[in-house]
Design a protein. Structure first.
Length: 154
């Protein structure tokens, strides 16, 4: 376990803004706000997805903010989603930062009168950049550690 150290007011503000950025990503996903989600990224963002955590080859790799729209719109196929953001680490370095955040993502779908719950355990490895005084994702690597699919009633 780490030890607690004193941090400056500006460092505390940066850490809080980065956490709010991480949470805003999940909020936009669950509200189906693709434009809002895209606004959290730099124009030249690097977005990488590994559907299998053991793979060295990404399932998807994008290099521009505008290319994210169809990825985020893909969530529209679900009735509902809940992205529960868990523990997070952040290392600040001036106007850049790196971090890792865990997430459990729930996805509810329906087909032929049956509802299904798809759960994914995710990790995000991020590079953050402070652009014009605002923290954004400069790179986001999404890694799927495991998934589970089950029927649900309700």
């Amino acid at each position: 376990m780490g030890t607690h150290v004193s941090i400056s007011g500006p460092e505390a503000a940066d850490r809080l803004e980065i956490r709010e950025l991480v949470d805003a990503y999940a909020h936009c996903a669950d509200r189906r706000d693709a434009k809002g989600q895209m606004s959290l990224f730099t124009k030249d963002t690097h977005f990488i997805v590994f559907m299998d955590a053991r793979s060295e080859k990404p399932s998807m790799e994008l290099n521009r903010r505008e290319d994210l729209a169809p990825v985020f719109d893909e969530l529209n196929k679900y009735e509902a989603t809940t992205h529960f953001m868990g523990q997070s680490t952040v290392v600040l370095d001036g106007d850049r930062a790196t971090g890792e955040t865990y997430c459990i993502a729930h996805h509810v779908s329906a087909s032929e009168g049956k509802r299904t719950l798809f759960i994914a355990s995710l990790r995000y490895y991020d590079v953050f950049a402070k652009v014009e005084g605002k923290w954004l994702f400069a790179e986001r690597k999404l890694i799927v550690d495991w998934t589970d699919t089950r029927p649900i009633n309700v």
